[in-house]
Every structure is written in C-alpha cells, then in structure tokens.
Design a protein around this ligand. Structure first.
Ligand code: UD1
Ligand code: CA
Length: 452
C-alpha cells in the first residue's frame, strides 16, 4: 500500500520551536516511530506531509526513500492528504497515519489493512470512556455511516463512545475522487478527511473497522504532558517485556531504554539506568544503579557498578567496571578485567585479568593480560596534533602516577617504578624508573615569619 503520514500541524501546545513530530520519545523523533512501524509493513510509496517548521522535517529524514509534500497553509486533514496524492500509486490502497501518534503497533495496522483489503474503506476505531475531542463513529444498523467531529456533533452524537483514531485505509483512486469533493462548510472551516466516510457509503463502498490491542496505540502527542505520559507508558511496556523474559528490574518505573536492549538469563538491573542505541547484556551480568550504557556488549557475569558510563564498549565475561568508571568508544575489556573508580578507557584493548582500579586514563593502548595499572597512571597519547599508541605486554606492573608518553612499549613482565615519566620503550622483565634522587637535609629549619 501507499502510506501517507500527516505531520504538518504546528503543535502549538508543545511551546517549542522544534516541529512537534521531531520531539523525541524514547530518544527517537515521534515521526521516526511512525516511519519505522510503517516500514515493517513492506509499503510501496511513503509520503510525509509537512508544513510547520520549514524544512526541518524533510532534512531530518532526507535520503530515507521517502517523498515529501508541503502543506501550506494547513486547511485540515483532508487537505493534507490531498497534497500527497501526486506521490501515490492508484494500484494499491492508501494508509493514512499521524506523525504525532507514535505507538501504533504493526500488528494493529496489519489487522486494519486485512479488514479493508483493496476495495473497502477501513477505519481504526476505539471505544473511550471519555471521547471528548475525537470524531465520533456514527453507525446505522451496525454499519459505519459517517464520522462527525466533536465541534459539529449533536448532543446525541457526542454521547457516542466509539471514536475515530484518525488512522484510515482507502482505495486510492476512490480517495482522489472523494478528496476532490470535500467542502469546508463545517464548524472549523476545514477540509475534513473524515468526510470521505459518508462519500464511500454513498458510492456503495463498504466501510469496515478494526481496533487496536491497547488504547496507548492511538494516543497522540499535543503537549509536553502527553509526551511525558506516553514516554512512561512506552518505557513501562519495554520493562514488562523484559520482566516477562526473566530480567530483574529493581524498579521498572525507574528504567529507560532509548534504543534496543537485549538481555540473557538472570540479568539484574538496578534503578535509574539508561540504555541507548544497541545494548546486549549477556547471562548473569548485573548493572548497578545510575549507569548510562550505550551501544555496548556486556559479557556473561560481568558487573557494571553504580554511576558508570559505558559508550561504544565491549566488556568481557566476569569483568568488573566501576563504580564511577567511564568506558568510551573502542574500549574492549577481556575476561575478568577490573576497571575501577575514576578510570577512563578509550579505544584500547585490555586483555584478560588486567586491572586499572583507580584514577587512570588509558587511551589508544593495547594492554596484555595480567597487567596491573597503578593509581593515577596516564597514557599521554596526544601531542596536541596527533594521537600515538601505547603497548603494554603481559604481566607488566605500572607503578602509580606514571605517565606513559606515547608512542611507547613496555616489554613483558616489566615493572615501571612509581612516578615514572616513560619516554622510551621499557625492556621486558626489568625495573624501569625515571625519578630524581631522594634527598634529606639534616639541620634544615623551616622559615620563620618576618616581623615588619
Ligand atoms: C482528527 C480527526 C478526528 C480524530 C482525531 C484523532 C479529522 C477531521 N478529525 O481530529 O476524527 O478523532 O484526529 O486524533 O480528521 N494535520 C495536518 N494538516 C492539517 C491538519 C492536521 O498535517 O491541515 C495533521 C496534524 O499534524 C496531526 C493530524 O493531522 O498529526 C491530526 O490533526 P489534528 O488537528 O490533531 O486533528 P483533530 O482535530 O484532533
Ligand atoms: Ca489531535
């Protein structure tokens, strides 16, 4: 089918210069949720109707195999769909979605498409306890006869609880005809897409309906309050899915996924963690409170302790990270590696059982296994212009507060004395240190305050 996504509205109640459909839900623009769902339906032509916010919407989604139709001024939902008509293929039906209704599931849309087939008009409807504001579904002997908008409805019609979600599928050639015949003689002076229902009935086209699995699927965003509510509903559904899979979430209401999180068996996640991008957590791993983890793989049995920040990193099995550790892109930790508090690791491979437990910077380094990096050790990888590598072979001991001025290599089994500024390679198995000789001055006395 063709897909038309309506995204021209200005979203005044968002109180923002950003077009409404670009506001993020779970880290992704509202419109991107709708697009991603539409794409899973294997659609034909996909057209976004935009308007407010200038070119912000097309430039955000450029190159995404889409077409864009500008609607200016915005004269109603029927007028909006009409702008997309030049991009649509008459040989397939057209599905209309809203860019500000992000959580409609593909299964729900598929049910509507199946009900409508290629020659019927399908409307996604829902029963609401409070239908205020929505278009009401008027039925005649059980069959949908028309939709009446809140502002045009009689008191009896306002009592109808079945409402139009706005999501509609229609045969495209007929849609062209019905849209061309719309008028704006109604309470809002707009061209209503919903008026095509009565036209279909008049043309003898059957109007069918389908319902979503969950009311949250049809909720739109008109304000920051609604955005925040949908965010929590979405996060809760992700949390529930993980809980059902056996993941321990110490508090599912203090947990956020802004991407995709996959977990093995017996994974435990403490409160206030944020997962971004693609994160995989393997069996038995634990994530402490207040961690932010992005595009990462956490190996079996690894422990990420509280307040750690992990971005673009691979953490080996049974490794321990944190508290207060920072792993940056390209950090690859082997099995049982320990990275402790205030240690930053960037673009470095650290092999099995090596440790950097306190206050260190490891950047552009290759570290072997069984290495001990002391407190305060720094790889000086940057001369202000270029970056250089540090290589530390197996079983090295680097004493505290050493600076390793790259490029530099420390041979297997070497020991670097505390406080060394290493500027040349250190040979294997030897003690290397650079240090001024220690002096003590007998008879030295402290200065005394001069009287003025
Ligand atoms: C619309 C439906 C109503 C339904 C409700 C569900 C019509 C006439 N009414 O009402 O039956 O119950 O949605 O939420 O269709 N838009 C444009 N251009 C326009 C006008 C709107 O792109 O000129 C877009 C908006 O950005 C939004 C969507 O269409 O994404 C719906 O517009 P909105 O003004 O919210 O429609 P409602 O009056 O709520
Ligand atoms: Ca609306």
């Amino acid at each position: 089918m063709n897909v038309v996504i309506l995204a021209a509205g200005m979203g005044k109640r968002m109180q923002s210069t950003l077009p409404k459909v670009l506001h993020p839900l779970a880290g992704k623009p509202l419109l991107a949720h709708v697009l991603d769902t539409a794409k899973t339906l294997a659609p034909g032509p996909l057209c976004i109707v935009y308007g407010h916010g200038g070119d912000a919407v097309p430039s955000r989604f450029a190159g995404d195999m889409l077409s864009f139709a500008r609607q200016e001024p915005q004269l109603g939902t029927g007028h909006a769909v009409a702008q997309a008509l030049p991009h649509l293929d008459d040989n397939m039906p057209t599905l209309v979605l809203y860019g500000d209704v992000p959580l409609t599931s593909a299964a729900t849309l598929q049910r509507l498409l199946n009900a409508a087939g290629s020659d019927k008009l399908g409307v996604l409807t829902v029963m609401l306890d409070d239908p205020t504001g929505y278009g009401r579904i008027v039925r005649d002997q059980g069959k949908i006869a028309r939709i009446v908008e809140q502002k045009d409805a009689s008191e009896a019609e306002r009592a109808i609880r079945e409402v139009n979600t706005g999501i509609i599928v229609a045969p495209t050639a007929k849609l062209r005809k019905w849209l061309a015949a719309l008028s704006n003689h109604n309470a809002q002076g707009e061209y209503y897409l919903t008026d095509i229902i009565a036209s279909a009935v008049a043309d003898g086209v059957e109007v069918v309906s389908a319902q979503p699995d969950d009311a949250v699927e049809i909720m739109g965003v008109n304000s920051k309050v609604q955005l925040a509510e949908l965010e929590r509903a979405y996060q809760r559904s992700i949390a529930d899915t993980l809980l059902e899979q056996g993941v321990t979430l110490l508090d599912p209401s203090r947990f956020d996924v802004r991407g995709t999180l996959t977990c093995g068996r017996d994974v435990s996640i403490d409160v206030n963690c944020i997962f971004e991008g693609k994160v995989d957590i393997e069996d038995g791993a634990t994530i402490g409170a207040n961690c932010i983890i992005k595009d990462a793989r956490i190996g079996k049995g690894a422990q990420i302790k509280p307040f750690s920040h992990v971005d673009g990193a691979i953490v080996g099995a049974s490794a321990q990270v944190g508290p207060y550790a920072r792993l940056r892109p390209g950090a690859e930790l082997g099995e049982e590696v320990h990275i402790g508090n205030f240690v930053e690791v960037k673009k470095s491979r650290i092999a099995a059982r090596s440790k950097a437990n306190h206050l260190a910077y490891i950047g552009d380094a290759t570290i072997g296994s069984g290495v001990n990096v002391g407190a305060g050790v720094i790889t000086c990888n940057y001369d202000g212009v270029n970056k250089f590598e540090t290589i530390i072979e197996d079983d090295v001991f680097v004493g505290s507060d050493s600076q390793l001025v790259a490029p530099v290599r420390i041979g297997k089994g070497a020991t670097i004395g505390a406080g060394t500024t290493l500027t040349k390679d250190a040979p294997a198995d030897q003690l290397t240190l650079s240090r001024a000789k220690q002096l003590s001055l007998p008879g030295w006395t402290r200065p005394v305050k001069i009287k003025k």
